[in-house]
Design a protein around this ligand. Structure first.
Ligand SMILES: [Ca+2]
Ligand SMILES: [Ca+2]
Length: 377
């Protein structure tokens, strides 16, 4: 029925245009399918123009290829008439977002599926490669099967390397790609670097833990207020026993400290030097409150990409903690000391604890061995 309407109208307009003398000399480029004369609407003027192109022998004008099959013929005429009657056809359409949060090992990109092409969506995501025009047969991350916006993180990238990335969408008939984006990963540095996440206080976070050479390495474990690693993390080996906490036998209490940031009890200050410190509980709260936390995997290790207000990010691996001689919850939970004494129970200090669904501030016995992610300004 649709086709018949189109053919009938084409025939009528063919007769009309023969007398009308309209020609297709004006080269027009419109993003709207069927809008040959580029006036923002698809109507009989476009049909007349198309008829002149087809029957006037002007086959070189490929902008008149309305259905995109590589030739200009009566099928384009039928499609144009159908657009006039039924509106623009649905077409699987996806756009690639800008690349952000680039580190020496990762970067964020995503897309927006604005049209499912009138069919069921099968998948969407991003694909990337060191070669141009990446496809779903290169590196790929699948991210749902809906229309709308989505974001993904590319991990395990090589440093100082140029990558090409495109968003894609797949429906039951077709695969569509968004425009290609190009980016270059940062240069790897052998020593810890500060990352400006755009936090309100201006605090910058290190790109790795103390003792780690990569963002995804766990690094060293320290009891709270100690600056050396050890075999056994317990009250027996700690700077004071459980009973000595908050007495003159507790060196931190004896020094009158409720926060060890920047002191000789601060492993970041002692080991990394310069302006590096352990984060206070306030600085940890700022990181929790102002950043987007995305669970992912880097270097075979699960953890959080923490994305700041300015789009920059750090990776926090699931370090676990030492209790006695045993490393617990490694690869499942993250344990990171702050410099702040627990105000409710002086045998404890505050820390960051996270699992795949939650990140929050908590407190733990001071003797536990936990990792430290330094901060600076
Ligand atoms: Ca038009
Ligand atoms: Ca065509």
């Amino acid at each position: 029925m649709k086709k018949l309407t189109g053919i009938l109208l084409c025939a009528l307009l063919l007769v009309f245009s023969t007398f009308n003398g309209l020609n297709a000399q004006t080269k027009a480029i419109s993003s709207m399918k069927g809008d040959l004369n580029n006036d923002g609407v698809v109507n009989t003027l476009d049909v007349v123009m198309l008829i002149n192109i087809i029957f006037g022998g002007d086959q070189g004008i490929m902008y008149a290829d309305v259905n995109g099959d590589g030739v200009v013929n009566t099928l384009d005429l039928v499609m144009t008439v159908n657009i006039i009657f039924y509106g623009q056809p649905s077409e699987l359409t996806v756009a690639t977002s800008e690349v952000s949060g680039i580190t020496y090992f990762s970067a964020f990109c995503g897309g927006n599926v604005s049209d499912d092409g009138g069919l069921d969506m099968v998948s969407r995501g991003i694909c990337w490669s060191t070669s141009e025009s990446p496809t779903v047969f290169d590196n790929v991350i699948f991210n749902g099967s809906e229309t709308g916006e989505f974001a993904c993180v590319m991990t395990d990238l090589a440093s100082a390397t140029t990558y090409y990335v495109r968003a894609f969408a797949i429906n039951t008939a077709d695969t569509a790609y968004g425009e290609q984006r190009v980016y270059t990963t940062d240069v790897y540095s052998a020593i810890g670097q500060s990352v400006d996440l755009g936090l309100p206080s201006g605090t910058k976070w290190a790109d790795r833990n103390i003792g780690a050479s990569l963002a995804s390495e766990y690094g060293n474990y320290y009891s709270w207020g100690e600056t050396a690693t050890k075999e056994d993390y317990s009250w027996n080996t700690y700077i004071c026993t459980l009973d000595q906490c908050d007495t003159s036998e507790d060196p931190i209490f004896a020094a009158g400290l409720t926060d060890i940031s920047g002191t000789d009890f601060d492993a970041a200050h002692v080991i990394w030097g310069g302006t590096w410190q352990m984060p206070t509980d306030e600085q940890l709260s700022e990181l929790l409150d102002n950043c987007t936390w995305i669970w992912s995997t880097q270097g075979g290790v699960d953890g959080y990409f923490v994305i700041g207000p300015n789009g920059n990010c750090i990776f926090l691996p699931s370090t676990g903690c030492f209790d006695g001689t045993e490393l617990r919850f490694c690869g499942a939970l993250g344990f990171y000391w702050t410099s702040t004494h627990c105000m409710y129970n002086t045998t404890n200090a505050n820390h960051l604890l996270f699992n795949p669904s939650h990140s929050f501030e908590n407190f733990l016995y001071r003797y536990y061995g936990q990792t430290i992610r330094p901060i600076t300004f």
